[in-house]
Ligand binder design. Structure first.
Ligand SMILES: N[C@@H](CCC(=O)N[C@@H](CS)C(=O)NCC(=O)O)C(=O)O
Length: 345
């Protein structure tokens, strides 16, 4: 009896080992994934001048919330979050950079829209930051609505959804507001600081970020209006759906890790967890995980260990002073937010 049980157990174990292997074997790596592996690094398009999201620090390193998703994808594919080369991109540079293969992916506060999704030849990954467009202005101007800006000028960055939305907002309200456009964030912000426009507009996260860099942040405010929905997230070439899946499941894994309370600090305690959902997320035991994506089965262990879960990334860059951004829509669905990852199964 015991012998028969043992044979059944051995058979079951080898069967599940086969299922992990066969999942991995059947995955054909896409051309972008393959070139990242051949090169030994990921090339990621990011911001260089939006503190909290993407900026170059005093040590010359790219840091920020968006930047960490590049690092996470490098950890997933190459097992090393440091194997990333960053390319700073302005708003208007993005389309050509991804289409020309100058970057493998972009993680740079980019709004997912119908026209970009179809005409840029890209696949958008999961939204990593739910945002909305706002208007920043000086407290001493004494305005509290967009209507009160009638007759004024507003500064905006070229090649952004921001430029399109502010045009709609002004024309639909029949306002006489002059739009001044600039090529990048520093130029837009500087024009506003220099008084060339009474207000400036971008994603609210971007306004919070740049107001924090002002000599006296208390002199600036954000109007109580949200002009648009700005779901921001990573994107990659549509020609490689396999790479797009890796990006998507890396983000989903980071969200799931937060849900399960798994962090870069306590990951080792979970490696022997008997919770099947956690085993599947981490790809431990006989559970297929990364093998479905053609990468290391335990890729999420590496991502969590080297980069952290979603909440850690958020807290590290946006939860700290001077931003101290509340999670809001970017809380987990279990906390009333919109972050909801499909199951690792
Ligand atoms: N989410 C919007 C706007 C993104 C955007 O480019 N925002 C500016 C204003 S904060 C920015 O990030 N600039 C960075 C730079 O030029 O370095 C879009 O996708 O078009």
């Amino acid at each position: 009896m015991l012998k028969r049980l043992l044979i059944v157990m051995v058979l079951l174990t080898s069967l599940s080992a086969v299922s992990v292997l066969s999942a991995q074997d059947s995955v054909v790596l896409g051309d972008v994934t393959q070139r990242i592996i051949d090169r030994g690094e990921l090339i990621c398009g990011v911001n260089q001048s939006v503190p909290g999201f993407g900026v170059v620090n005093d040590a010359g390193e790219f840091v920020g919330f968006d930047v960490d998703f590049c690092r996470a994808v490098a950890a997933a594919i190459l097992g090393d979050a440091t194997k990333v080369s960053f390319r700073p991109l302005t708003g208007a540079d993005r389309q050509a950079a991804i289409q020309g293969g100058e970057v493998d992916m972009i993680s740079r506060n980019t709004t997912w829209t119908l026209s970009r999704d179809t005409t840029w030849g890209v696949t958008f990954g999961p939204t990593t930051f739910y945002d909305g467009q706002g208007i920043g202005t000086r407290v001493d101007l004494g305005v509290s609505t967009i209507e009160e800006l009638d007759g004024a000028s507003i500064c905006v960055q070229q090649g952004t959804t921001t430029e399109l939305n502010i045009t709609d907002a002004i024309t639909s309200r029949n306002l006489d507001i002059t739009i001044l456009t600039f090529p990048d964030a520093p130029a837009t912000w500087q024009a506003y600081v220099d008084g060339r426009c009474e207000a400036w507009t971008t994603d609210k996260s971007g306004i919070v970020s740049l107001h924090a860099t002002a000599t006296d942040p208390g002199e600036h405010m954000i109007l109580d209006i949200t002009l648009s929905k700005e779901p921001l997230g990573p994107l990659s070439p549509q020609s490689d759906p396999q790479f797009a899946d890796i990006i998507a499941w890396t983000v989903f894994g980071m969200i799931t890790a937060e849900e399960e309370g798994i962090t870069s600090e306590n990951i080792d305690d979970f490696l022997t967890s008997d919770n099947p959902e956690i085993q599947r997320l981490l790809g431990v035991g006989d559970n297929a995980s990364g093998s479905y994506l053609g990468i290391a089965n335990d890729f999420m262990v590496t991502v969590i260990r080297q980069v952290g879960n979603y909440g850690e990334v958020y807290a590290r860059h946006l939860g700290v002073a001077p931003f101290s951004l509340a999670r809001g829509l970017n809380a987990l669905w279990t906390d009333g937010g919109l972050l909801y990852a499909p199951p690792f199964r």
